[in-house]
Design a protein around this ligand. Structure first.
Ligand SMILES: Nc1ncnc2c1ncn2[C@@H]1O[C@H](COP(=O)(O)OP(=O)(O)OP(=O)(O)O)[C@@H](O)[C@H]1O
Length: 263
């Protein structure tokens, strides 16, 4: 479903600040894959997402989505098929608008001329959609009143409502306390199943990466150094991952406590 072929990204090429952020990356993602991406700071995880979503152009290489070459397609067009959720819970919703107004915006995403009106039938639909996140009676509440966890849950719902083919989860629970992070992770799992999505999730939490999804990719210095799936992934532990990193890279894993335990 997603194919990344020989993709390289160089920032500020030909200057003293030249930085090779992604070095000839190849990644094939199958429909229904849920891929967790880990790696130390600066290993290229966000750049990978920025290139998949079209935030930055690639320096070389190709990206295809469902067989279609999207390498040069603009970000707003890719947003029809790729839903991205960021670390900051305030990013995906408008604080000064009600939940129902935010939801109607999500429901009309990508429709240029067609307008969907907010009638009682639509409100009933929204209520049903809001049930899994417990906000079915809060349609008129301003989003600014919600907690970070509630807001991220709403962002998640609004993103899947617009029926993307693929979700990019960019450390989307990192700013939440452990309880809310777990709630949002559970919702993520539920929505991925219910809406039949393929997902890539960047996380600094190795345990989340081991527990979640069917595949784990580890990056270092702009390359993919490990790609584990299925039964092999189920056998992983944080210690085994760190050991694998050492064996592959012949150096110690960036032993940042945050990388090994929690967000
Ligand atoms: N817009 C940019 N301009 C210049 N350099 C950049 C830009 N974005 C990323 N880089 C550089 O590319 C490299 C990879 O950065 P990236 O943000 O992709 O890493 P990351 O794995 O997401 O790190 P972190 O876990 O700290 O978020 C880093 O050296 C970074 O400084």
């Amino acid at each position: 479903m997603l194919d990344i072929i020989n993709m390289t990204k160089v920032f500020y090429p030909g200057t003293v600040n030249e930085k090779l952020a992604l070095d000839d990356i190849n990644l094939h993602v199958n429909p229904g894959d849920v891929v967790c991406i880990v790696g130390s700071n600066g290993s290229g995880k966000s750049t990978l997402f920025n290139l998949i979503s079209g935030t930055y152009p690639v320096t070389s290489g190709q990206i295809t989505l469902d067989g279609k070459n999207v390498t040069n397609s603009p970000e707003y067009k890719r947003a029809m098929t790729i839903g991205r959720i960021f670390q900051d819970p305030t990013k995906g919703t408008a604080a000064n608008m009600s939940i129902e107004d935010n939801m109607i915006t999500a429901a009309t995403k990508g429709m240029k001329s067609l307008r969907i009106s907010l009638n009682n039938e639509r409100r009933e639909e929204f209520k049903k959609l809001l049930e899994p996140i417990g906000m079915q009676d809060r349609l008129k509440d301003n989003v600014g009143l919600l907690s970070g966890g509630q807001r991220q849950a709403l962002t998640l719902l609004m993103t899947v409502m617009s029926k993307p083919r693929m979700l990019l989860l960019d450390e989307h629970t990192a700013a939440l306390d452990p309880r809310n992070a777990q709630i949002v992770m559970d919702l993520t799992e539920r929505f991925i199943k219910e809406y039949d999505l393929t997902a890539l999730m960047v996380t600094h939490n190795m345990q989340f990466a081991i527990d979640f999804g069917n595949r784990l990719v580890m990056m270092d210095e702009g390359t993919i150094i490990l790609d584990v799936s299925g039964e092999d992934k189920k056998k992983l532990t944080v210690n085994k991952l760190v050991e694998l990193f050492k064996n592959i890279r012949k150096k110690d894993f960036d032993n940042d406590e945050g990388l090994l335990t929690c967000e």
